[in-house]
Design a protein around this ligand. Sequence first.
Ligand SMILES: Nc1ncnc2c1ncn2[C@@H]1O[C@H](COP(=O)(O)OP(=O)(O)OP(=O)(O)O)[C@@H](O)[C@H]1O
Length: 230
Amino acid sequence: MLKLDDCKIANGDFVLRASLGIEVGASVAIIGPSGAGKSTLLEAIAGFRDLKSGRILWKGKNLTDLPPGKRPLAMLFQDGNTFPHLTADQNVALGVRPNGRLSRAEEARVQSALARVGLSGLGARKPSELSGGQQSRVALARILVQRRQVLLLDEPFAALGPALKAEMLDLVADLVAETETTLLMVSHDPGDARRIAGQTILVADDMARPPVATAQLFENPPAALRDYLG
Ligand SMILES: Nc1ncnc2c1ncn2[C@@H]1O[C@H](COP(=O)(O)OP(=O)(O)OP(=O)(O)O)[C@@H](O)[C@H]1O
């Protein structure tokens, strides 16, 4: 389980409280009004933001004082998930090894990840020579080769059109199922949560609430979610 044990997370003057657990292998959406603290929550889990109090545990291990790179997770942001001066191959290779030459086996891992996300033959292109959807696929391939146990998505597909976004979400759902990865995904769109997340965390009123079944949440929304959905 990913456990947030009585956490207080600060972002400037803003303080978010979170006391909740996420089952290993679950796919969980994070939804709530703008400025409610969804990114703050993910950043704390990823280790980019210190806790004022509380602990974050993964399978019983205390992650609270570990730097981001030492946590068993990978994160995709709204922008900047690929390096523009590197080819797709090189971007994915960074997930295997941040510097130095790859071994044959590692090179094969890069190529197999690119193939899995549908980019065979495009590895020599730079991001500017790929479409927005293809750039997202490069970022996903890098995540795949990292083989992390938890994937954090902070609306990385928000700039894509609806059909392309749906395609990327379906690809993410397939990848996390194949690799038994636990997924946490921030979204503004209830349709995204319904599409791939069995459970949803509502962030509102300075608090991240424990996950509940997505279908039930939207069938019977609490006041904070009703206000947000309009
Ligand atoms: N650099 C900062 N300095 C001070 N306060 C900040 C800073 N960045 C964010 N905040 C505050 O932290 C709160 C939570 O921000 P956060 O980005 O986590 O919200 P969010 O739910 O992800 O919003 P959105 O949906 O708009 O992306 C906001 O209300 C904001 O006022």
